[in-house]
Design a binder for this molecule. Structure first.
Ligand SMILES: Nc1ncnc2c1ncn2[C@@H]1O[C@H](COP(=O)(O)OP(=O)(O)OP(=O)(O)O)[C@@H](O)[C@H]1O
Ligand SMILES: [Mg+2]
Length: 325
């Protein structure tokens, strides 16, 4: 059996506040096999971006980060800023929600595509890197790539910019590509095109993919495995088809219902499905199950932390419902 590309155990991230530490991630485990595509899903504030940024060493300096085990590609210490910066743009590449965060308005697209390759291929000639950049830009669906290389980011539409950022990520031939809400800023048609590009590239890429999204639909299009996060903890994991067909954790069930049912609610003129209540305050996370206050199935045992019920083949969920009384 091959070693996982990424293996994180017991990741905690907190920030000091005047009221005490704000616990953003609690005992998060994450394993990504080489070439695998894993999706992280959860509502806003569940800690998805925090996890992605922790892997890149991009959390703010005041973040307190600890993990019992953290290995990327056989190397320990991946979560430290110094180690991660050595990996960024070489072994791990990132596509953010807003492509402008990765693009400098003062530089041409060609300059971006050349510069991104310099760390990985320090000895290569500029003309070589330019030609390679142009090829990959065409590959991600930017027509007339030769001319577009000499244009500036503001001359591109949102969808085209996201294609440029995807091209930048591909040019470094990373071992892992992290995409955090890669289509949220795009309208539905362009979103579908960007998803198609990512899906096509999946079959060509040897890189592992970690996709962060609030949408099960996007994860299902791109990934084999899904991790459902709530309030900084993992509540369910498994093959994406199985979790969609039969979510076991009440939060995963509720999240899926919110995504699937809006259209039928509109048709029937019923109120939209929502999950009642709010995410617990990170400074005062409950000792027991983090979802209990909003859970329709809660009972006395939920005041204690639920066990993670492993069902084999990566499938599992963290809920007392899985334990016989
Ligand atoms: N620098 C920080 N200091 C304190 N709290 C922070 C900081 N950054 C993020 N948080 C908190 O961490 C929690 C998780 O945030 P995060 O951005 O990881 O969520 P997310 O799941 O990516 O949400 P979204 O879907 O909205 O992008 C939020 O409650 C947020 O307020
Ligand atoms: Mg986020």
């Amino acid at each position: 059996m091959t070693e996982p590309l990424l293996s994180i155990r017991g990741l905690d991230v907190s920030y000091p506040t005047s009221k005490g530490p704000a616990h953003i991630l609690t005992k998060v485990d994450l394993t990504v096999e080489p070439g695998a595509a894993v999706g992280l899903v959860g509502e806003s504030g569940s800690g998805k971006s925090t996890l992605a940024l922790a892997l890149l060493g991009l959390l703010p300096e005041n973040a307190e980060i600890s993990a019992s085990h953290a290995v990327f590609d056989g190397r320990t210490g991946v979560l430290s800023a110094a180690n991660s910066s050595a990996l960024r743009g070489r072994d791990i590449a990132m596509v953010f929600q807003d492509p402008m965060t990765a693009l400098n308005p003062l530089f041409t697209i060609g300059t971006h595509l050349v510069d991104i390759q310099r760390r990985k291929f320090p000895g290569a000639k500029t003309a070589e890197l330019w030609a390679r950049g142009e090829r990959v830009l065409a590959r991600v669906g930017v027509s007339d790539a030769g001319n577009r290389m000499r244009r500036y980011p503001h001359e591109f539409s949102g969808g085209m910019r996201q294609r440029v950022v995807i091209a930048m990520a591909l040019l470094v031939e990373p071992k892992m590509l992290i995409a955090d809400e890669p289509t949220t800023a795009l309208d539905a048609t362009i979103e579908a095109q960007v998803v198609d590009i990512l899906r096509e590239l999946r079959s060509e890429l040897s890189a592992a993919l970690l996709v962060v999204s609030h949408s099960f639909g996007l994860i299902a299009e791109l990934c084999e495995t899904v991790i459902v996060m709530y309030a900084g903890t993992i509540v369910e994991t498994g093959p994406v088809g199985e979790v969609l067909r039969d979510p076991r954790h009440p939060y995963a069930q509720a999240l899926l219902a919110c995504e699937i049912e809006p259209l039928s609610s509109i048709e029937k003129n019923e109120p939209l499905v929502t999950i009642p209540g709010t995410v617990p305050d990170p400074v005062n996370r409950p000792i027991g199950c983090v979802f209990a206050a909003r859970c329709p199935a809660r009972h006395e045992r939920c005041t204690e932390p639920p066990p993670f019920i492993s069902q084999g083949q990566g499938r599992g969920f963290s809920c007392w419902l899985g334990v016989s009384p």
